[in-house]
Design a protein around this ligand. Sequence first.
Ligand code: 5GP
Length: 159
Amino acid sequence: MEKITPAYDDIHAIIKDTYTKISEFNPDVIIAISGGGLIPARIMRTYVNKPLFTVGFQLYDKDDKIMPNIKKTQWLDDEIIKEYIHNKTVLIVDEVDDTRTTLFHCVEELKKCCSPKNIIVTVIHNKLKQKKHLLANDIIYVPGTETGDEWIVYPWDCK
Ligand code: 5GP
């Protein structure tokens, strides 16, 4: 598989640009999907300046093999849900939309447990490929940029 290696500055610029596209929706809170969404969500917080919480899902096993079912590894505390998520506009941040499995499950879990008012989904890269899931029509989806089906080596992936 082809690899691309975007530079940190390019990523920061993409996130800044994504913010200009989502700012009209006035997010109340940011949710980072761990681990790839952590650094992008923190960069996004520089612009959005709202509370940032983290959820976690695992789709690949320790040998980097895709698992038959996605596993929820971290979720939101009830008090946090009541104060920051319920009836609020939630901005979900991850680094890449590949098969869309992670984003889909995150959105479904949020809808099920927390009744947010609006959900905005952003990623740095959306891979233009067949997705395994569709996001519902009421989800505001704003990818930073689009790429082919290549492997993205982020600055934080480099040893
Ligand atoms: P999904 O298939 O659910 O859209 O993506 C699952 C996860 O796989 C992503 O959150 C990310 O951690 C990882 N992933 C998928 N494609 C890439 C890639 O090109 N580069 C990196 N670094 N991670 C990826």
